[in-house]
Design a protein around this ligand. Sequence first.
Ligand SMILES: NC(=O)c1ccc[n+]([C@@H]2O[C@H](COP(=O)([O-])OP(=O)(O)OC[C@H]3O[C@@H](n4cnc5c(N)ncnc54)[C@H](OP(=O)(O)O)[C@@H]3O)[C@@H](O)[C@H]2O)c1
Length: 213
Amino acid sequence: MTRILIIGASGGIGLQAVRSALARRYDVRAFSRSADRIAIDDPRLETSAGNARSASDVSAALAGVDVVIQTLGVAADPGRLFKSIDLFSTATRILLPEMERAGVRRLISVTGFGAGDSAAHVGHLQSIPFRLLLGRAYDDKSIQERLIVDSGLDWTIARPVILTNGPTTDRVQALVDPDSWHWGLISRADVAEFLIGQVEDTRFIGKSVVLTT
Ligand SMILES: NC(=O)c1ccc[n+]([C@@H]2O[C@H](COP(=O)([O-])OP(=O)(O)OC[C@H]3O[C@@H](n4cnc5c(N)ncnc54)[C@H](OP(=O)(O)O)[C@@H]3O)[C@@H](O)[C@H]2O)c1
């Protein structure tokens, strides 16, 4: 039985991914600081309250795991605009060697359109507000992506466009070719379905895909 560790499981995409994985009858370990407040009653779900910045918490959460899905996010408070952000890179610097140690090879990680080499495709009109609002987070996501790409693990990076809280659709596009990258909307539920689909789909191993509908 495949056990998936979801890091950042208590909100947004992560919580949707928990639901999606349980619906597909995977065993799930849901990890976040408030994971023990996840209100889903399912024998296949185990919660693990911990901090992604703590190597010992992450190490404990990796025991017996086959696949890691990383869906970390930072709180959207206005004060964030002026704060430096290092959650994505710090948590990834901790996670990668712990995965090596635990012998877990598959990592599926959410960053966002505008991270890494997709920054050049954000577009002139959007780039100024994008940098003002999200520049710090996306600079750190770009470091995160570089760490993952250099890790030697079987990784997939998922870069969603603008997120909504809508339902799943059958319109998800996973765009690999940079010439096809563009803005759009995608629901957290659709992103979650894509992530869980990657547990058994090998097509996007070693690839960074822009996700849109
Ligand atoms: N908003 C958009 O349009 C958009 C577009 C593209 C990409 N994205 C990115 O998509 C990702 C997911 O966003 P979302 O809105 O679905 O998620 P979210 O609601 O921001 O959830 C973030 C998750 O990370 C966990 N987390 C935060 N700090 C943690 C820590 N130190 N240790 C362990 N867990 C931690 C939170 O749980 P706890 O608080 O319980 O720890 C929560 O479960 C984010 O990286 C976001 O930037 C967003």
